[in-house]
Write a protein of this length. Structure first.
Length: 81
């Protein structure tokens, strides 16, 4: 994640079953932060912002997991350890 957005790629394990409409291929995703989020980011030009880069990193990690859950059946699977 950065001040502009977040993105990632999943290389699914062979034992994961794709959801309907998807195939056993890598999942690539990209998300641009909305302007109201960018405007609240703490920067040297905006030291009184309320959103840190760490907040965006955490949000990017959650979106990364959601991208996998939307494309593969990950019920009862350990995704991170």
């Amino acid at each position: 994640a950065s001040g502009k957005g977040a993105g990632g790629i999943w290389f699914p394990a062979p034992q994961l079953n794709p959801r309907q409409g998807y195939s056993q291929k890598p999942v690539v995703w990209r998300f641009e932060w909305p302007q109201h989020i960018i405007d609240k980011l703490v920067t040297s030009e905006n030291p009184s912002g309320t959103i840190s880069n760490s907040d965006l990193e955490l949000a990017g990690g959650l979106i990364h997991l959601e991208a996998l859950a939307q494309t593969f059946d990950v019920r009862e699977r350990t995704l991170l350890s």
